[in-house]
Design a protein around this ligand. Structure first.
Ligand SMILES: Cc1cc2nc3c(=O)[nH]c(=O)nc-3n(C[C@H](O)[C@H](O)[C@H](O)COP(=O)(O)OP(=O)(O)OC[C@H]3O[C@@H](n4cnc5c(N)ncnc54)[C@H](O)[C@@H]3O)c2cc1C
Length: 307
């Protein structure tokens, strides 16, 4: 019987892992990988103590920190996928994909999320044929081309800034009347003469032959449709929480995010906590996820050892 199973090695889970080891809770740490979603980012500039770091190096740094505590107290199962969690008489049973299971008194879910896919005609057909979800992976493939970035949040503007050295022209397209990215990041990107912005429109279709050669968007107020000639479409329209693991076990909101008490990260089920982007926290950032992981661990420790 373990004290705790942590699922997920992004900043939420990693920070919780460090706290769990320091508090000597007998813990299994299950994760497919370390560092989380931003390991594909070109440049992370808002992690305290490190003014600028690539996503890849951020992932390595997080992994090293957690592994520095590996041992009898903290057992790390890297490259593993937790498949299901069930309530038992004493706590919970966590089953692994491909076999194996653990009995635990408590569980902390830090499973984050994955990219939301564009859902318009042509989006499936042209995925990897001009439509991409990863600027870090694909930006150099689009050198000298006219590109669209769909989504005007931090991820969209981060993508646009990565494309600037390669693209001829970049159009950032958003469905809202205002972009949601940080003002500083927006200013930096929008001042580049290669960058245009289109707001308050719906994407209607991605068009092309064998590869993308354009997209059609519609103004939400006038219904006027415009064809934009682009040969690359970078999509950054948000996340879908990775919460299937606890479906039916804890309360989730209408979008699948786990509802937590933000004072202590408790879910609706006693013995299960959740932290980071998989929860209904309003703001999704590395440092916020890491803080939530730490907060959860303080509360789990209190519940297991002090109450
Ligand atoms: C492209 C991009 C750039 C970003 N840039 C920044 C930035 O510059 N600064 C910033 O602060 N934030 C940035 N963010 C946001 C930030 O990455 C997230 O807020 C943060 O990663 C959330 O951390 P998390 O630990 O909650 O979840 P995640 O980072 O999503 O980590 C979840 C982890 O759980 C694992 N996992 C999921 N399900 C299972 C399972 N069933 N079994 C085992 N393991 C599982 C995953 O493999 C992953 O390791 C960026 C996001 C993106 C997509």
């Amino acid at each position: 019987m373990y004290d705790l199973v942590i699922v997920g090695g992004g900043p939420a889970g990693a920070s919780a892992g460090v706290y769990a080891a320091r508090k000597k809770l007998k813990t299994i740490f299950i994760t497919k990988d370390f560092g989380g979603q931003s390991i594909v980012a070109h440049d992370i500039q808002n992690w305290l103590g490190v003014p600028s770091i690539s996503g890849g190096d951020f992932g390595k740094m997080v992994r090293e920190h957690v592994f520095s505590y590996a041992g009898d107290v903290l057992e790390i199962k890297e490259g593993k996928h937790a498949e299901s969690i069930k309530k038992t008489a004493d706590g919970f049973n966590v089953r692994m994909e491909g076999g194996g299971e653990y009995e635990t008194l408590t569980v902390l879910i830090c499973t984050g999320g994955k990219r939301r896919k564009l859902n318009v005609p042509g989006a499936d057909r042209f995925e990897h044929k001009g439509i991409t979800y990863c600027a870090t992976c694909d930006a150099p493939l689009f050198s000298g081309q006219n590109l669209a970035v769909i989504g005007g949040g931090n991820a969209g503007f981060g993508t646009a800034s990565q494309l600037i050295p390669y693209a001829d022209r970049i159009t950032i397209i958003d469905c809202g009347k205002q972009f949601m990215a940080d003002p500083l990041r927006m200013e930096e990107v929008l001042k580049d003469p290669k960058v245009n912005a289109v707001q308050n429109v719906d994407i209607k279709e991605i068009i092309g032959d064998k590869m993308v050669n354009g997209l059609i968007y519609e103004d939400k107020d006038t219904s006027e449709q415009t064809k934009l000639e682009v040969t690359g479409v970078f999509v950054e329209i948000g996340m879908i929480p990775a919460t299937d693991l606890v479906k039916g076990l804890v309360e989730q909101n209408e979008r699948g995010y786990i509802i937590v008490d933000h004072r202590n990260q408790r879910t609706s089920t006693e013995g299960i906590w959740a932290a980071g982007d998989c929860t209904d926290s309003l703001y999704k950032q590395n440092i916020i996820a890491a803080g939530a992981g730490a907060k959860a661990l303080e509360d789990i420790y209190h519940k297991l050892k002090l109450s």
